[in-house]
Design a protein around this ligand. Structure first.
Ligand SMILES: Nc1nc2c(ncn2[C@@H]2O[C@H](COP(=O)(O)OP(=O)(O)OP(=O)(O)O)[C@@H](O)[C@H]2O)c(=O)[nH]1
Ligand SMILES: [Mg+2]
Length: 212
């Protein structure tokens, strides 16, 4: 648990993917370390907040939880405009959920540009015996689009923190790069190496849920 600081910055992240891939479960696991076996399909859009502290700055990380159901797809574009990063999720046991990813990535690239922070997540690795999407196949796709890729299990709590913090870091690095461009400076050393200043992330310990 850490002290509150006056300064607080907002990071907003949207989670996209087909119905039932585990978007709501991921957000719940990352923000509250909870998991529920029961499936309640998200209606429209929901959100949850988690506070984290990085280098003495308190970040309010807001997750937009979208509905995978087709009938709600018209809502996402208006939110995409205001988020800083996107998580795209599929279910390793559901081929259709993986097949939908390419289209989602391409439409985001078109809307937000190729350097927009995005990561790819394959969920439900606890169901290894039902796996239909090979890890290598997803790695190849992620590499093609320059995305970081994680396989996770919300159920067993595998790689949740790693994946969630990775998108936060990507957003902060882009923010830093953009501000360096603005001030006409470079954060990258001349030897081409780059050391993230966002490797020291603490969980602030406070989570808040909001439902709309
Ligand atoms: N085995 C297993 N089941 C999971 C995992 N994550 C989520 N589930 C289950 O999958 C079902 C759907 O999970 P949700 O998180 O509601 O999926 P969603 O992507 O939010 O679905 P929509 O809101 O309809 O778009 C629920 O029954 C979850 O308990 C996981 O890691 N492993
Ligand atoms: Mg949901």
């Amino acid at each position: 648990m850490s002290e509150k600081t006056d300064h607080e910055e907002l990071i907003s992240i949207m989670v996209l993917g087909n119905s039932s891939v585990g978007k709501t479960s991921f957000i719940l696991r990352f923000t509250e370390n909870e998991y529920k076996d029961i499936y309640i399909s998200t209606i429209g859009i929901d959100f949850k907040i988690k506070y984290i502290k990085i280098n003495d700055i308190r970040y309010k990380v807001l997750f937009y939880d979208t509905a995978g159901q087709e009938r709600f797809h018209s809502i996402a574009p208006s939110i995409i405009k205001k988020v800083h990063g996107i998580i795209i999720m599929y279910d390793i046991t559901d081929v259709l959920s993986f097949d939908s990813i390419r289209e989602i990535i391409e439409s985001i690239n078109e809307e937000k540009g190729k350097d927009f922070p995005m990561i790819l997540i394959g969920n439900k690795i606890d169901l290894e015996n039902e796996r239909l999407i090979k890890k290598e196949e997803a790695e190849e796709l992620a590499e093609k689009y320059g995305m970081e890729f994680f396989e996770i299990s919300n159920k067993e709590g595998i790689n949740i923190e790693k994946a969630g913090l990775s998108i936060v870091k990507k957003i902060l690095e882009k923010r830093q790069d953009d501000s360096n461009i603005e001030t006409n400076e470079s954060s990258r050393p001349s030897d081409g190496s780059y050391h993230s200043k966002y490797s020291n992330i603490d969980n602030d310990g406070s989570n808040r849920n909001h439902c709309c």
